[in-house]
Design a protein around this ligand. Structure first.
Ligand code: AHR
Length: 517
């Protein structure tokens, strides 16, 4: 049986783990909002119409910041459509997703929901069809305590205290030809710079994200990111990354190596940001907001042309109503292999914790999501729910720069990559540590020894694993618990060495803690 060795040492720190790394994303797309989080007729709905079964699952998932309201949707959205008395809100056509938006959930409702799930609201402004003035107005409405017409309008609409939104995204995927208002890099960059300066003038507390490339396969990557940062470096706090991964042509080996792609993508964006830093002789280091990431069976063609998404992805009947409300869109059903990849992508994000200080798994409910609901029916956990929930709960303190010695395997897409991937986290003050591991071998178990002696006198607290003889097993409405988290019974700790055997195509997390006094 192949073996691997991992060494975790508290002296080799990547960086502190920002809780925002475990963020998520809700867009007005498909059934993410309507019949996802909001369904007034549902038996579990609360007084505001939010599904409490979903609230409970979101809380258990441990998400932190939640980006809203899009996505491609935001480039055609006017923030005012979602405020004021619900019965007077306009019905609009969402061009991005060819649907009718009823605006029954807007800023006030969503902020209230975010509070119910103990999250932080993060907001994207429209820099596609709208201009700097619109961004200024929504920030004034949301964040200025009182005394201006817009702030007082918010109060009249029932919210006395400001929403206090810190994180603002300057548009979405503006490099994409599918985006409403898509423009050349320097047009967007100038608009983003002007808008950022104006927003800071209004509210100096805001944190701002410039829209980076929408995927590393974009023909303008990383030129777009360089040009955007050349114009906005002094104005923004983050550049965004988006990355979706999928198994193509039955090539599971390459798919399992998706975190290697994420590593390379991040390394390129970091190098681009640091190039601009050097060119500007700047003291400031720019961070990354990886504000859309997940497994998504989108297909390369479709990624370039999301406006066609209804043709490919809608599973309900569209005849007779070409602009339906809340159509079933992109409701991917995830497998064990997908969950292993999600666990690996979280390892990659933690490995870059010094620079990736905010991230959003895209999305949260129904649309490419870890939680699925049935209108009027149940809500359940997809396979991908588990690695996210466990990593969010166990990864604390700092991420450690571990050394992994493992065999390699050959992939079509990425050449030779390691069979075992790992990261460790260490919370010295709290007396706890965690190790997250993936075995990418399609056929063989691998026994890994993790040298954790330097982390102090720790004992084994808990272990969790996603693994199944059928790597394509999935959870469905009828069998919602086909795939669950199991403990890894092989995990043992002796003399500062953690030993654990990883089944083929599996993800494992092991938590260690100081023995109780
Ligand atoms: O997350 C779904 C869509 O994917 C978003 O609207 C867009 O930003 C990305 O292309």
């Amino acid at each position: 049986m192949p073996t691997a060795r991992v060494t975790a040492d508290p002296s080799f720190v990547v960086g502190p783990i920002n809780r925002r790394l475990f963020g998520s994303f809700i867009e007005h797309m498909g059934r993410a909002v309507y019949t996802g989080i909001y369904e007034p007729e549902h038996p579990t709905a609360d007084e505001e119409g939010f599904r409490q079964d979903v609230i409970e699952l979101v809380k258990e998932l441990g998400v932190t910041g939640i980006r809203y309201p899009g996505g491609n949707f935001v480039s055609g959205f006017h923030w005012r459509d979602g405020i004021g008395p619900k019965d007077q809100r306009p019905r609009r056509l969402s061009l991005a997703w060819r649907a009718t938006e009823t605006n029954q959930v807007g800023l006030h409702e969503f902020a209230s929901w975010v509070q119910k799930v103990d999250g932080e609201l993060m907001y994207a402004v429209n820099l596609g069809t709208a201009d700097t003035r619109d961004s200024l107005q929504v920030v004034e409405y949301a964040n200025i305590p009182k005394g201006s017409t817009l702030a007082d309008e918010r109060i009249a609409n029932g919210r006395t205290s400001p929403f206090g939104i810190k994180m603002w995204y300057l548009g979405n995927e503006m490099d994409g030809p599918w985006q409403l208002g898509h423009s050349p890099a320097d047009d967007y960059a100038k608009k983003a710079s002007r808008t950022a300066k104006a927003l800071r003038q209004l509210d100096p507390q805001v944190e701002l994200v410039a829209s980076g490339s929408s995927h590393p396969t974009m023909p303008t990557f990383p030129y777009w990111d360089r040009v955007v940062l050349e114009h906005t470096y002094d104005d923004v706090d983050y550049i965004s990354c988006h990355g979706y991964y999928e198994e193509k042509n039955g090539d599971l080996g390459s798919f399992l190596a998706a975190p290697v792609k994420m590593d390379r993508y991040l390394d390129t964006v970091i190098a681009t940001a640091d190039y601009v830093k050097a060119a500007k002789r700047s003291e400031k280091t720019l961070n990354i907001s990886f504000d859309e990431w997940n497994v998504w069976y989108l297909g390369d063609n479709l990624r370039q042309f999301p406006r066609q998404a209804d043709r490919f992805y809608r599973t309900d009947e569209i005849e007779g109503n070409d602009w339906p409300e809340a159509p079933r869109l992109a409701e991917d059903v995830y497998s064990v292999a997908d969950a292993v990849v999600v666990g690996g992508l979280l390892i990659s994000l933690l490995r870059h914790a010094d620079r990736v200080t905010s991230a959003s798994m895209s999305m949260l409910v129904n649309v490419i999501a870890p939680i699925t609901t049935e209108p009027g029916g149940p809500a359940w956990r997809q396979t991908t729910y588990y690695p996210f929930a466990v990593t969010s709960r166990l990864a604390a303190g700092v991420a450690l720069d571990v050394r992994v010695e493992s065999g390699q395997y050959s992939t079509e897409e990425l050449g030779s990559v390691p069979l075992v991937d790992a990261v460790a986290t260490h919370d010295a003050e709290g007396g706890r540590a965690a190790v997250f591991l993936v075995n990418r071998s399609l056929a063989e178990e691998i026994t890994v020894t993790v040298n954790v002696g330097a982390l102090g006198n720790l004992s084994l607290l808990e272990s969790h694993m996603i693994s199944d003889p059928d790597v394509y097993a999935r959870n469905t409405k009828d069998v919602p618990d086909r795939v669950r988290l199991k403990s890894n019974p092989t995990a043992s700790l002796a003399n500062g060495v953690l030993t654990v055997t990883l089944p083929p195509v599996s993800w494992t997390a092991v938590a260690l803690s100081k023995p109780k006094a």
